[in-house]
Design a protein around this ligand. Structure first.
Ligand SMILES: [Zn+2]
Length: 279
């Protein structure tokens, strides 16, 4: 496995789903391993220990006080395509939500072109199982020869029925099965979110919204069956990409959240015997 970067810079413009503010990013080629978010004040490496907030989205913060929210869909798109090096220039404090999925990023990256570099890609091989728990929710990583994700969620209280899903990671599977899955939410939660300054930019343009019977309010319905669970997988990939290398492990979870996804990576790095980083 080799490192890859973009052939040229590509910009995205839109609004932040949580702030509701306009934002713009330019993703630039980088001839070294790792993704960095560059603000006016900071250069923030896309690593798990830079996460300062994991409520509803993953937010990274730099040493000089600037931050970038909602990095997970862009991170997922880059991991999905095997882009290991990039500098993301950020204007504003959030990554634009675009259509709520990873598809606009993926399509623009594929149109720009991806260049394979001569250096080897870092691989994180799990050596021992790790597990984290948050009430009924839990997530675990188990040693495996490839990266796979198994997720089960329970939204029955919100009126939504979802099926468990297993996803074997590959670029092609990611493009077809995961990248188009949009952010989702429940109409009944809107008031609470808005009062807490979350989802200020959410609309049917960028969020799949369900009523209390589990029916989508969006005009064209679902893009893919079981779209919410597919989006959960999209988020897991984006959040686990903060490990900083290709993942060789099986991820299982019940009701994963950005918080749990971040906690499992912390649990992984807690003990040197848990993993092997192969450069
Ligand atoms: Zn998401």
């Amino acid at each position: 496995m080799l490192q890859s970067t973009l052939k040229a810079a590509v910009s995205f413009e839109g609004i932040g789903v949580h702030s509701g503010n306009p934002c713009r990013i330019t993703v630039c080629p980088r001839d070294e391993n790792g993704v960095a978010f560059r603000t006016k004040k900071d250069s923030i490496e896309a690593l798990y220990n830079m996460a300062s907030e994991t409520t509803m989205c993953t937010k990274l913060s730099g040493a000089n006080g600037s931050s970038v929210s909602t990095i997970e869909h862009l991170s997922s798109a880059m991991y999905g395509l095997g882009i290991t090096g990039a500098v993301v220039d950020v204007e504003g404090d959030e990554i634009p939500i675009l259509d709520g999925s990873a598809l606009p990023f993926v399509e623009a990256f594929l149109a720009t072109g991806i260049e394979q570099l001569s250096h080897r890609r870092r691989v994180c091989k799990l050596m021992k199982p790790v597990k984290v728990q948050d009430g009924k929710k839990w997530a675990s990583l188990t040693p495996a020869d490839s990266f796979s994700i198994n997720i089960k969620c329970d939204f029955t209280q919100k009126g939504l029925k979802t099926d468990p899903m297993r996803f074997d990671f590959s670029k092609d599977n990611f493009l077809k099965e995961i990248a188009p899955a949009r952010t989702f939410g429940f109409f009944a939660d809107m008031d609470f979110l808005r009062k807490n300054n979350l989802a200020s930019g959410a609309s049917l343009e960028n969020t799949l919204v369900f009523d209390d019977k589990g029916n989508p309010l969006n005009e064209n319905g679902l893009r893919l069956p079981n779209e919410p669970i597919r989006h959960k997988i999209l988020d897991v990939i984006g959040d686990l990409s903060l490990i900083g290398g290709a993942i060789m492990a099986r991820f299982d979870a019940f009701c994963p959240s950005h918080k749990l996804n971040n906690q499992i990576v912390f649990a992984l790095f807690e003990n040197k015997d848990n993993f092997e980083m192969i450069d």
